[in-house]
Design a protein. Structure first.
Length: 150
């Protein structure tokens, strides 16, 4: 009986450990811009509940020719957008992509986005792991209704 009890405890510990280690992508919103505007921005929250940092190096989507990681920064009193080679989701922390800060830029939209539609974007880590994000298409300024701040 002792052996069975230990086995059950060990299995329970393994299940608990696996359940805790996840990367959660949530509150993703992509801006719908007027027809003819070829680029747009996507915002989301990444919760890294794992015990290791995850560095994302690029992204892709079937609705855009390319997807890049960007940030906004103040340079000589002017807000400028800058491409980043990577961004790291630190272990046990939350990383927010939001207007005026980190965001994903979708360049060369293959078609206009429609309000309320879901698009898929895939974030790819330096290890090659792929993380799919479903983003809701929203009007500019409504990203906050999708994107919750913590």
């Amino acid at each position: 009986m002792k052996l069975i009890g230990k086995t059950i405890v060990l299995v329970g510990l393994c299940i608990t450990g696996v359940a805790e280690a996840h990367v959660h992508l949530r509150d993703a919103a992509v801006r719908v811009l007027p027809p003819g505007v070829p680029n747009t921005a996507l915002y989301l929250t990444i919760e890294n509940d794992t015990y290791h940092d995850i560095t994302f190096t690029h992204a892709e989507s079937d609705v855009a020719e390319r997807v890049e990681i960007h940030t906004h920064e103040h340079q000589q009193g002017v807000m400028k957008m800058r491409k980043l080679d990577s961004v790291t989701a630190v272990a046990q922390q939350t990383l927010s992509f939001q207007p005026g800060g980190l965001h994903l830029m979708l360049f060369g939209l293959k078609r206009p986005l429609k309000l309320g539609e879901l698009i898929t974007v895939t974030l790819i880590s330096e290890s090659g792991a792929r993380y799919d994000i479903e983003a809701t298409a929203v009007k500019p300024g409504q990203e906050h209704s999708q994107h919750q701040h913590h």
